[in-house]
Design a binder for this molecule. Structure first.
Ligand SMILES: Nc1nc2c(ncn2[C@@H]2O[C@H](COP(=O)(O)OP(=O)(O)OP(=O)(O)O)[C@@H](O)[C@H]2O)c(=O)[nH]1
Ligand SMILES: [Mg+2]
Length: 267
């Protein structure tokens, strides 16, 4: 499948790499970007799930990509239909007003299909909203965005790589994890760094540490191990990872250029 996507990139006029606005750095794929650059194709980064991130952070990332790397980027929220006009206009300007074929790539669950849906203005690309339908986009599909622009929706062809936290952030399917607890704890820790309140508001429980959060989620939902009657933290861990992929947990990370700034004076 990756091979087919590379063929599409070669024949395209523009490549859109869809990132998760909560983790733009970690959801960029150097591998795919190298292929894009080698084929002399324009690249546009789309920071999707922007509804989960404060506006000043989205702007900071956009500035960072422009000034540090001279790469165009647009932030959007596909599900809230925010930023889609700016995205369409940016695509048009990168295509210099000509007819063109745009390929959408990115790690699984970054929201490629949702962004294409939002661009079309009505639902047609299938999105993996249901947890059981993980990796819903199974094949490459072509969509007409308007009279001049066609878009290829591709499945998450970049295999989520890195350590357990990175894999999870890069869309690795929670159902395939042998031990979901460790990556879930790492993910919860990462979210807490920026916003513990966000987890409290999603799960409606307070907690003193990530492990306790998993226990409280399990208790609240009535999930217990049959043998020990202890809270089933495996199920809770998978639920948290799925919620993360489905865009239910708000938090943000900052571009490296801002990382050392005091977070408290920026909000
Ligand atoms: N909060 C939020 N959630 C989003 C947004 N865009 C997509 N999602 C959710 O993220 C999940 C994945 O979206 P998809 O559009 O299926 O992602 P994809 O990149 O096409 O996924 P694959 O085809 O499996 O690689 C779904 O549950 C969407 O509802 C967004 O802008 N905001
Ligand atoms: Mg898809």
């Amino acid at each position: 499948m990756l091979g087919k996507v590379i063929q599409l990139i070669k024949r395209s006029d523009l490549v859109v790499e869809v990132l998760d606005a909560r983790e733009p750095s970690l959801t960029r794929s150097k591998k795919i970007e190298d292929i894009i650059v080698k084929n002399y194709k324009n690249i546009l980064l789309v920071l999707n799930k922007g509804d989960l991130v404060p506006l000043w952070v989205l702007k900071a990332w956009k500035d960072y990509f422009k000034t540090e790397e001279n790469i165009e980027s647009v932030y959007v929220s596909a599900t809230s239909h925010l930023g889609t006009k700016i995205l369409r206009d940016t695509m048009k300007s990168l295509l210099k007003g000509n007819k063109g074929i745009v390929v959408f790539v990115g790690y699984p669950k970054s929201g490629k299909s949702s962004v294409i849906n939002a661009l079309k203005g009505r639902h047609s690309a299938q999105t993996s909203a249901h947890p059981l339908e993980y990796g819903y986009t199974k094949s490459i599909q072509l969509f007409k965005i308007d009279n001049k622009i066609y878009a290829w929706d591709t499945p998450g062809v970049i295999p989520p790589d890195g350590n357990e936290l990175e894999k999870t952030i890069r869309g690795y399917n929670a159902d395939l994890l042998e031990d979901p607890v460790k990556p879930a704890l790492m993910l919860i820790n990462r979210v807490i760094e920026f916003s513990k309140e966000s987890l409290i508001s999603v799960y409606k429980v307070d907690f003193n540490n990530p492990y306790e959060l998993l226990e409280r989620i399990a208790i609240r939902r009535g999930w217990f191990y049959k043998s020990t009657k202890e809270p089933n933290i495996d199920m809770a861990a998978r639920a948290v990872i799925r919620d993360y992929h489905e865009g239910k947990i708000a938090y943000y990370t900052l571009p490296p250029s801002l990382y050392r700034d005091d977070k408290s004076n920026s909000i």
